[in-house]
Design a protein around this ligand. Structure first.
Ligand code: C2E
Ligand code: MG
Ligand code: MG
Length: 640
C-alpha cells in the first residue's frame, strides 16, 4: 500500500467496492432501526416524565424551561421516528432512494448532537457532567458505521462547539478539559474501530462470495466457451423435461459437429480455435433463445430446445458460419433426437442425436438428420458390438476369413487377404463394415487388428507344421492402430513369436486414412519398411487424397478400389481411367491389384492392360481357413 493509500485508508476516503457499500448499508439499516427505537422510547419517556413532574410533582420549572425541553425532546423524537420508519421501509425494500436515506441519517445525527450539546450545556451551567452529549455521540457514531473522516469532523466540531459554549459561560476547569478530551478521543477511536471492523468483515465476505461465484461458475460452465458444461446441462434438462405440465413431444435434442474445425485449429492455432468455439457458442445461444445449450466436447455442442423451425435455424447458423473471416470452409452437421417419453435420460438423448449426426458425416450435401427407427436398430447393434467385443474374441466368434487373389497371367493364387468375420450366436452375422467402424469409434480397433495378426500367424505356423505350402497374407490396419500401438514393433514381435517369414505378410493401409501432412504415419510406415515388410495401399481411388499421397508415401503395391469396376461393362471412360491408373502405378514403380473382379470381361481387360494381381468373387469370396484348405486339397485352387 502506498503512503497516499495509507492516508486515504486512515481517513476512510478510499474507493469502496459496490459490495462494501451494500454491506455498510445493510448494517446501517439494521443499526439505525435499533438506535432509532431506543431514542424514540427514551424521548417519549422524557416527555412523559417531564410533564408528570411538572404537573404532579413539585419541581416547578419555568414555562420557558418546559417549552425548550419539550421542544428538544419532540424534535429528536420526530427525527428518530422518521429514521425508524424509513429504516423499516428500506429493510423491506419498499423504498430504495440512497440520497433520501443518507439525508435522513445525516439530519438525525445533526439533531442528536445539537440536542446533546444543548442539554449538556444546560447541565454544565448547573455544574453537572456532560452525559447527554456523550450518550448522543456514542449512539450516533459507535452504533452505526461512518467513514472516519465524517466521525473526525463531526465529533471534533461538536465537542469544540460544546467546549466553546461552556468555556464562554464559565471557564472550564483543568479536570473538565481533560475529561472532555478523553471522551472525545475514546468515542472517536471507537467510531473508527467500528468502521474498520465492518470494512474487514465486508472484505472477507466479498472474497468468500467471489470464491463462491467462481466455484459455482466453474462447476456449471465450460471454461473455453463460457456456456454450460455437460454436467450442468444434464441436470438442467432433466429438471426441464420432468417439470409438471411439460409436453415432452414439443422438445428436441440437437447435437452439433463443426466440420473442418481441426484444420482451423491447425492453421490458426489453439487460441483462435478457442475463440471460434466461443463465437460459435454465442451464435447457438442467439439462435436458440430460451433453450439449454452446452459444450459437449471439442467441436461438439448440444441444445435442448422447443421443436420449432429447427431446419430454418440450422440453415441460419450455416449462413452465419460462412460469413466468418477464415479461408477454411467451415460447416456443421446436426443430429436431432425427439424423445418419445420423459424416461429417456438427457445423456442417452444426446447420444442418439450424436449418432444421427455421425451418420451424415460423409454425406457432403446433408446438414441435418433426425434420429429414426432404423438408426435405433443400428444404434442397438453398435451398443451390442461394444458390449460383446471382449467375449466375442474370447469365445472365438470373431474369426479370420481369407479371400485369395490371383496372378492375372497365370490365374493361380499368389496371396490372400485376411478379413475379420464376426459370427455371433445371439446377434447373427455382423458385417465388418459395421463393427470396424464402431471399434474405431471407441478406440478398440487395435485390439481386433492385433488379434487377427496373431490368428494369421498361428494359421501360417500350423500350415507349415502340416507341411502345407505357405500363401502370403495381406493384413488390414486402421489408421488408429498407429496411435494406439507401436504397431511395427508389435507386428514384428508377433511374427518372431511364431517364426513367420516377413515375405509372407503384407501390410494394407487404406487410402482414405492417409493425408499429406501426417508425419507420424509416414514415420511409422518407414519403420515397417525398415523392418522389411511390403506396404500395400488399399482402396486406392475411394478417398479424397488420391494421387497426392503417392508423392509422400512409398508403397509397393496399389490396390485399386472396386468402384473402378462398377459400370465397367461397355463403359469406355471407366476403362481408360483404369488403364491409366495401372500405367501410372507402373511408372512410379508400383505393382497393381484390382479389387472386386466379378466378371470374365473385367478379368480379361485387366490382364491385357498389365494389372498384376486380381481379387474378387470371380475367383473366390472370403472363406474360412477350413474351406480354403479343402479347396486347395481338391485342386479347385492352385497355388502359384
Ligand atoms: P477391404 O480391405 O477393401 O476388403 C475387401 C472387401 O471387399 C471385403 O469386404 C471383401 O469381402 C469385399 N470383396 C472382395 N471381392 C469382392 C467382389 O468381387 N465384389 C464385392 N462386392 N465385394 C468384394 P469385407 O470383408 O466386408 O471387408 C470390408 C472392409 O473391412 C475391408 O475392406 C477392410 O477395410 C475392413 N476390414 C476387414 N477386416 C478387417 C480387419 O481385420 N481389420 C481392419 N482394420 N479392417 C478390416
Ligand atoms: Mg484390405
Ligand atoms: Mg480394399
Amino acid at each position: 500500500m502506498s503512503r497516499l493509500e495509507k492516508v486515504k485508508h486512515f481517513f476512510g476516503i478510499e474507493k469502496l467496492t459496490k459490495y462494501t457499500h451494500d454491506f455498510f448499508d445493510a448494517s446501517n439499516i439494521r443499526s439505525s432501526l435499533y438506535v432509532a427505537s431506543v431514542v424514540v422510547v427514551l424521548e417519549l419517556w422524557m416527555i412523559c416524565s417531564t410533564l408528570f413532574f411538572q404537573f404532579v410533582g413539585d419541581l416547578n420549572r419555568s414555562d420557558k424551561w418546559l417549552f425548550t425541553h419539550l421542544l428538544c425532546y419532540s424534535v429528536l423524537l420526530i427525527s428518530a421516528l422518521v429514521l425508524l420508519i424509513y429504516s423499516i421501509l428500506h429493510l423491506k425494500k419498499i423504498v430504495k432512494n440512497q440520497n433520501v436515506w443518507w439525508t435522513i441519517r445525516f439530519v438525525f445525527a445533526v439533531i442528536s448532537i445539537a440536542f446533546g450539546i444543548y442539554i449538556s450545556y444546560l447541565d454544565y451551567l448547573k455544574g453537572e457532567q456532560f452525559i447527554t452529549l456523550m450518550t448522543m455521540t456514542i449512539i450516533v457514531f459507535c452504533f452505526t458505521v461512518w467513514r472516519p473522516i465524517y466521525s473526525i469532523i463531526f465529533l471534533t466540531t461538536s465537542y469544540g462547539v460544546f467546549f466553546y459554549l461552556c468555556n464562554s459561560a464559565i471557564p472550564a476547569s483543568y479536570a473538565t478539559k481533560v475529561n472532555l478530551s478523553i471522551v472525545l478521543i475514546i468515542i472517536l477511536l471507537s467510531a473508527i474501530n467500528s468502521y474498520r471492523q465492518k470494512l474487514s468483515e465486508a472484505k472477507k465476505d466479498e472474497q468468500l462470495e467471489q470464491a463462491h461465484d467462481i466455484l459455482l461458475k466453474l462447476s456449471i460452465s465450460d471454461e473455453v466457451t463460457g456456456i454450460a458444461n455437460m454436467n450442468y446441462f444434464r441436470g438442467q434438462s432433466f429438471e426441464l423435461i420432468n417439470k409438471n405440465g411439460i409436453d415432452i413431444h414439443q422438445y428436441i435434442y440437437l447435437y452439433f459437429d463443426i466440420e473442418n474445425f481441426k484444420m482451423l485449429n491447425q492453421k490458426y492455432g489453439f487460441w483462435e480455435g478457442n475463440s471460434f468455439l466461443k463465437k460459435f457458442a454465442d451464435l447457438l445461444n442467439q439462435t436458440f433463445e430460451k433453450s439449454l445449450t452446452a459444450h459437449f466436447s471439442n467441436d461438439n455442442f448440444v441444445v435442448l430446445t422447443k421443436d420449432e423451425r429447427i431446419k430454418e435455424k440450422v440453415l441460419d447458423i450455416c449462413k452465419k458460419l460462412s460469413e466468418y473471416q477464415y479461408d477454411i470452409k467451415l460447416g456443421i452437421k446436426v443430429g436431432a433426437y425427439k424423445p418419445e417419453n420423459k424416461e429417456v435420460l438427457p445423456l442417452v438423448a444426446c447420444d442418439h442425436a450424436r449418432y444421427a449426426c455421425n451418420s451424415i458425416k460423409k454425406h457432403y450435401n446433408i446438414t441435418y438428420c433426425l434420429y429414426d427407427e432404423t438408426m435405433s436398430l443400428r444404434f442397438q447393434k453398435k451398443q451390442y458390438i461394444i458390449n460383446n467385443f471382449d467375449s466375442a474374441i474370447k469365445n472365438e466368434y470373431i474369426q479370420v476369413y481369407y479371400q485369395p487373389f490371383v496372378n492375372s497371367q497365370t490365374g493361380k493364387i499368389c496371396g490372400m487377404e485376411a478379413l475379420a468375420r464376426w459370427n455371433d450366436p445371439q446377434f447373427g452375422f455382423l458385417s465388418p463394415v459395421d463393427f470396424i467402424e464402431t471399434l474405431e469409434e471407441y478406440y478398440q480397433i487395435h485390439r481386433l487388428d492385433m488379434y487377427i495378426v496373431e490368428k494369421v500367424c498361428q494359421h501360417i505356423e500350423s500350415a507349415r507344421a502340416r507341411g502345407r505350402k505357405i500363401i502370403p497374407v495381406s493384413l488390414n490396419f486402421s489408421r488408429l492402430d498407429f496411435d494406439s500401438l507401436n504397431l511395427a514393433e508389435e507386428v514384428e514381435n508377433c511374427l518372431k513369436k511364431y517364426n513367420i517369414d516377413k515375405s509372407d505378410i503384407h501390410i494394407e493401409i487404406t487410402e482414405s486414412t492417409l493425408s499429406e501432412d501426417d508425419i507420424k504415419l509416414q514415420e511409422e510406415l518407414k519403420s515397417f519398411r525398415a523392418h522389411g515388410y511390403a506396404l500395400w495401399l488399399d482402396d486406392f481411388g475411394s478417398g479424397y487424397s488420391g494421387l497426392n499421397v503417392l508423392k509422400e508415401y512409398d508403397f509397393d503395391l496399389l490396390k485399386i478400389d472396386m468402384k473402378f469396376l462398377s459400370n465397367f461393362e461397355g463403359n469406355e471412360r471407366a476403362r481408360q481411367i483404369l488403364k491409366n491408373v495401372i500405367n501410372l502405378a507402373k511408372d512410379i514403380g508400383m505393382q497393381t491389384l484390382t479389387e472386386g473382379v466379378e466378371t470374365q470381361e473385367a478379368y480379361d481387360f485387366l490382364r491385357e492392360n498389365g494389372c498384376e494381381k486380381l481379387q474378387g468373387y470371380l475367383f473366390s469370396k472370403p472363406i474360412s481357413r477350413e474351406e480354403l484348405e479343402a479347396k486347395l486339397d481338391a485342386g479347385t485352387f492352385v497355388i502359384e
